[in-house]
Write a protein that binds this ligand. Structure first.
Ligand code: HEC
Length: 97
């Protein structure tokens, strides 16, 4: 009984977690299905990039403080609506690509 209750708590927690793959779906057009493309021939390749770097970059775009290739404003629009949890989840997804 106890085991079942714990399993149920875990199942509930998982369904509340941000889904990195689902969030990444809206990045695919520019960065490629596996992060293998240079977005608009401007960005670096993000495939497999470590999650901490991606979190830092996405927070920079969100705050309007990062603009590596003159297109930071465009990326700001992409991440403006993402929560901290969403950013972490999508960063972990990219790291696994
Ligand atoms: C409309 C095209 C487009 C979409 C959609 C898009 N990006 Fe970008 N992304 C860019 C461009 C252009 C840059 C370069 C921005 C700059 O000048 O700093 C960039 C830069 C980045 C970088 C930094 C790459 C580097 O060179 O260091 C990351 C990380 C990133 N994007 C992640 C994402 C994620 C995650 C999403 C989805 C939530 C996303 N992008 C959606 C076009 C896009």
């Amino acid at each position: 009984m106890k085991k079942l209750a714990i399993a149920m708590i875990f199942a509930g927690a998982t369904s509340l977690m941000a889904d990195g793959a689902a969030i990444y779906a809206k990045c695919v057009a520019c960065h490629g299905a596996n992060g293998e493309k240079s977005a608009l021939n401007k960005s670096g390749i993000i495939q497999g990039q470590d999650a901490a770097t991606t979190v830092e970059q996405l927070n920079g775009y969100k705050a309007g403080t990062l603009n590596k290739y003159g297109m930071g404003g465009l990326m700001k629009g992409q991440v403006a609506a993402l929560s901290d949890e969403d950013i972490q989840a999508v960063a972990e997804h990219i790291a696994g690509l």
